[in-house]
Design a binder for this molecule. Structure first.
Ligand SMILES: [Zn+2]
Ligand SMILES: [Zn+2]
Length: 405
């Protein structure tokens, strides 16, 4: 039997049109837990870096950024060991117990004992384990304009970035964001900058967040007790700043008009107490990435494929352009309330930033956009108290990133 040319051609066209089975499937993705903001003795933290990192390894984190002020953990640095100092003999003894006496390098200098601080490369060689734990290089670029503190964490750097300064608060922010972006371009790495603790010393306002260009990340929750996440007096909460900034960006085209994503971080400095000004374990990220490598994690964050948490864990977040669905990983005996927040141009208090659009205790929690919303984001609050709270009485919470129709 002969195959006619037309039958052959139709068959060929059908063959070419049929999508290969594998490309139709979503790439494998996992949730990775990490913190992008922690300090060590390399700047103003109270612990040798290996002590700080060990806590995160022991407490089920997948990645960590040591974000010391204006430096990376590179080169030779010796730290004085003294009673009453930041590095005491008992802290050194604890490192010897945890890591072995061979690990600890000390010397005598002008009558004092000093310990050499381990570098990021040494820490990575010790702690990084494929698919289990990753140290991502980073720095808290620490700048200011007059009284305004401008702190921006730069994630996945190859080398440190100096504060860039500027002639206004906004210019100071943007010059540092531009330097972070330029570093990414020059090195070919996926690099990200997140603006930290806007309310710290009443430094930044919603317009500052709104006008950021090129990078769209800020800390909606920072675990350091002096940064003021909550509303005090006429100073709005960081969540209100978020809603106002999102509204300015999406309605008025402020900044580059892109969504603004919120992070939760520790900003830990106090590594020897369960309850102090800034302890590890208060706020973290859950990032849905293909692999536990820095490029994969940062790229996922740039897609908005992550949420911020102070305890609530989610199984899935899906958005098909119309319906935002959140599946909560429920803990026994704990209840959850999901609030969908956004700015609607068509209903409720029209145009008011961050209205409550829908509240539910269902799981999954879903909200279908009617198209009048500039954006919708979600906050899930549990009835379980945070074991290491920023403020007494804090309940575990998760913040889902905004989506737009
Ligand atoms: Zn800071
Ligand atoms: Zn910090």
């Amino acid at each position: 039997m002969t195959l006619s040319l037309s039958t052959f051609l139709i068959g060929l066209i059908l063959l070419l049109q049929a999508p290969p089975a594998e490309s139709a499937a979503e790439p494998e993705a996992n949730w990775y837990r990490g913190n992008t903001h922690t300090h060590t003795l390399w700047s103003d933290g109270d612990a040798p870096p290996e002590h700080a990192v060990k806590w995160y390894v022991d407490n089920d984190y997948d990645f960590l950024v040591l974000s010391d002020h204006n430096l990376m953990q590179q080169g030779e640095k010796w730290f004085k060991v003294e009673e009453g100092g930041r590095l005491t003999p008992s802290k050194v003894a604890e490192v010897e117990t945890d890591f072995g006496t061979e690990w600890v390098k000390t010397r005598e200098s002008e009558g004092a004992t000093e310990m050499r601080l381990r570098t990021l490369d040494e820490l990575k060689a010790h702690f990084d384990k494929p698919d289990a734990f990753l140290l991502i290089p980073g720095e808290e670029v620490t700048d200011k304009y007059r009284l305004a503190q401008v702190h921006i964490n730069a994630i996945n750097l190859e080398s440190s970035i100096d504060p860039q300064h500027g002639d206004s608060v906004q210019e100071t922010i943007q010059n540092n964001l531009d330097a972070i972006q330029a570093h990414g371009k020059a090195t070919g790495r996926a690099v990200l900058g997140h603006l930290n603790h806007p309310n710290f010393q009443k430094s930044l306002g919603a317009t500052n967040l709104a006008n950021m260009k090129g990078e769209h990340f800020f800390e909606v929750y920072n675990g350091h007790r002096s940064v003021q996440n909550e509303q005090i007096g006429d100073r709005p909460s960081t969540e209100t700043l978020w809603d106002r900034a999102l509204t300015m960006r999406l309605r008025d085209g402020a900044g580059d008009g892109e969504l603004l994503y919120g992070l939760a971080t520790d900003d830990a400095h106090d590594h020897y107490a369960a309850d102090a000004v800034s302890v590890p374990g208060r706020g973290w990220l859950m990032v849905r990435a293909e692999n536990l490598d820095a490029d994969s994690i940062v790229s996922a964050m740039k897609r908005g494929d992550f949420y911020a948490s102070s305890g609530v864990e989610l199984e899935a977040i899906t958005f098909d352009g119309k319906t935002l669905e959140i599946r909560i990983k429920e803990e026994p005996g704990v209840d959850y309330v999901t609030e969908f927040l956004g700015t609607s141009e068509g209903k409720g208090d029209v145009g008011t930033p961050g209205q409550m659009l829908f509240i539910t205790n269902m799981n999954p929690a879903t909200y279908t956009l009617d198209g009048d919303e500039l954006y919708v984001r979600a906050r899930i609050r549990s009835t379980r108290l945070h074991p290491r709270p920023y403020a007494e009485g804090d309940y575990e919470t998760a913040w889902v990133q905004p989506v737009k129709p």
